[in-house]
Design a protein around this ligand. Sequence first.
Ligand SMILES: [Zn+2]
Length: 386
Amino acid sequence: MAKTVIKNIGTLISGDFSNPLLEGDTLVIENGRILQTGYWKDCQTEGAQKVIDAKGSTVAPGLIDSHVHPVFGDFTPRQRTVDFIDSELHGGVTTMISAGEVHLPGRPKDIVGVKALAIVAVRSFKNLRPSGVKVHAGAPILELGMVEEDFAEMAQAGVKLIGEIGLGSVKEGKDAAPMVRWAKKYGMTVTIHTGGPSIAGSNAINADTVMEASPHIVGHINGGHTSMLLKDIEKLVTQTDMALEIVHCGNIKAALHTLTTARETGNLHRIIIGNDAPSGTGVIPLGILRVLSFLSSFEEVAPEQIFAMATGNTARVHNLPVGFIKPGYEADLIIIDAPIGSAGKDALSALKAGDLPGISMVLIDGEIKVQKSRNTPPAARMAEVS
Ligand SMILES: [Zn+2]
């Protein structure tokens, strides 16, 4: 049995919004999964093949990017760029959720083509994890004329997501609603585009359309790039129980308004965080960390709770065995600290100060994938294999 131990942990972030910090200085991984956390003297550390010294820094679950637009492999035709997934891994992202493979050149809009693309995307990312990152893709864009059989057929072939409603010919609540019901019936998780059009062909979608369609996730509630009216955001926060997605490539004023409204009404546990890259805004390797930093520094919400919005909250929406530091969960972890020169003394106080933490290690399924991020500033204390 492969065992790895992380010792000398200063802060342990759980990913669980309701209990965001854990007691202890040690984390034990066995066969790629978290076995236990706690204090060194109480943990089953004997027989470890590998011991990682966190040097007093912070360990958190690997980040989940709830809104990515992959196509195939680690290439984005939208920005003619390779290795954008590897670059996000160096920003702490270990799981990505596709919001639609919309950047495929010549993307088919006919129903057979839509289904075929979704099925190929699911299978291609099942067979290939770029740099180890778990990419959940195969998120078809709904087109008029789809019938219940189409959803049954896709589900049978492994499709678990519906990409942003509104990027195809289904743009109105009344057209989306029956399809969303079929998607839910076959176990798919559904997201919708909101706000103004982001790329040619998409549409303005407001709160009433979202409520009529009734998806699981309000996609980029802060717009991609143009936000809904702030009163529409308030309506979705207070009158629905959908997941509320804040993205990097959106409107920052609307993101903060969402956070404030959710805080005031007890709905912070519904917020999830995405990058919405690659997109017209670009390839943003540190997008998720940057949202953590904006939200932590502008609002009176604890940074460890903001962390849950990019880990456990998202894992819950998609029912994934990641995003939490909890026995039995997949050992996708990041080791982070305040960057050199920060006003913060550790990762959480650096976020509160508006800085980006430095990443000194990323593990996926208990395996070290990154030692010293090539994209973040250097961490003040660097984890080392001892
Ligand atoms: Zn969108």
